[in-house]
Design a protein around this ligand. Sequence first.
Ligand code: FPP
Length: 264
Amino acid sequence: MSAAAKPLDGTEPSGPDASSKAPSRAGEAPPAVPTHIGIIMDGNGRWAAARGQPRVMGHRAGAEAVRRTIEAAARAGVGWLTLFAFSSENWHRPADEVRDLTGLMRMYLRSEVGALAKEGIRLRVIGERERFGPETVRAIAAAESATAAGTRLNLNVAVSYGGRGEIVAAAREVARRVAAGTLDANSLDEATFGRLLSTSGMPDPDLIIRTSGEQRISNFLLWQSAYAEFVFQDVLWPDYDQEHLTAAIAEFARRERRYGLRLA
Ligand code: FPP
């Protein structure tokens, strides 16, 4: 039996409460492609080092791979794509690399927004965007509003994002609501908690891809990936292209998803 994600009959993804509904989906009909793919884009630095170039060149080439991958995902019929562009921990990198990465993201947002809107790609940023400067915050808001009508592919870019921090922020909100008397602690369930996360209203990822051969989750979508399939690909992110995405989707399709149940 193959992994189930996006039914071939064109029905909608399982929705915001996918994690709490997961067990009932075990053994569902075989999919065409995952509804939601998350990618940990790793290997920019090694790609640059292998060429004797500064790290920023790896990040620039990585931005080209972002462009190719968005296009490939849209063509494959993926509904949601979440790219891990800048983790909460990346703030601890040397200042010049943080500046290069931030500048690159800002440039990307400005230069790509027209093409994204034209292609029906809706961009959203998840993470602590306010930690970036006002120029970047403005570029993010402009890109989000210019692409808001897109329905072909939902693109999330995770910046200053960390799964643990996101869960702690949601827990803080729960505590606040309980203290204010607007939430009964005993009625808190996974669906309610999930709505307090930055991915509220989005389906959980079916497939998480990490490039560069490393096999770690690195604080990416910790809550949301509870039942995701993982595919680790031995390719440095700047070299990622449609063939790699196709191979990851094919590997996903060979997996059997059980959601903790026994199917036989
Ligand atoms: C990991 O490689 C990659 C990053 C920390 C940044 C990812 C950024 C991009 C792909 C480009 C900009 C993004 C957008 C959305 C335009 P690494 O630097 O940790 O590589 P290494 O492990 O080989 O050192």
